[in-house]
Design a binder for this molecule. Structure first.
Ligand SMILES: Nc1ncnc2c1ncn2[C@@H]1O[C@H](COP(=O)(O)OP(=O)(O)OP(=O)(O)O)[C@@H](O)[C@H]1O
Ligand SMILES: [Mg+2]
Length: 135
């Protein structure tokens, strides 16, 4: 959580696009693999926003539900066309999907309902991890 918060602050400072981080739990006990995957996916999503989105605002949210952890990276930029996701020389989105799938999760990159682009990553939590979720 601290790493994502740091990443959001760095993005705002270096790229100059306002970036907020929000989480619905004070603490989520995820594994190192899960944490690295979420951090790297967020990094690639932000790199794409910096390159293509022309956004003025980014929101990173982390939400632990009863079964899974969901991270969303939401920008208010130009949006993304379905064909963009399938570009042959684009490895970033494929990499995000592969990282999520390797942890039995999924990652979708889609146009937002009111414009912009949303990256939604869902990673299932193990029962022991759910016990450790602190509200
Ligand atoms: N947040 C975004 N807003 C607008 N377009 C986006 C966004 N994220 C991705 N795209 C589009 O989706 C395409 C695919 O992204 P992807 O990260 O897979 O590849 P890339 O960034 O072009 O190359 P690479 O990540 O391999 O350096 C991009 O080329 C861009 O057209
Ligand atoms: Mg990319």
């Amino acid at each position: 959580m601290a790493a994502l918060e740091w990443q959001a602050a760095q993005f705002a400072e270096k790229i100059g696009i306002a970036c907020e981080f929000a989480c619905n739990h004070a603490e989520v006990d995820i594994s190192t693999d899960q944490a690295i995957a979420l951090f790297r996916i967020c990094q690639e999503a932000m790199s794409n926003i910096a390159k293509y989105a022309h956004a003025s605002h980014v929101e990173v949210t982390l939400e632990a539900t009863s079964r899974e952890i969901v991270m969303q990276v939401i920008d208010n930029g130009l949006g993304i066309a379905p064909a963009d996701v399938l570009k042959p020389n684009a490895f970033g989105i494929n990499g995000m999907v592969e990282r999520a799938v390797a942890l039995s999760g999924q990652c979708r990159v889609q146009a937002g309902k009111q414009g912009g682009t949303i990256v939604i990553v869902t990673i299932p939590l193990q029962p022991a991890q759910l016990d450790a979720v602190t509200v």
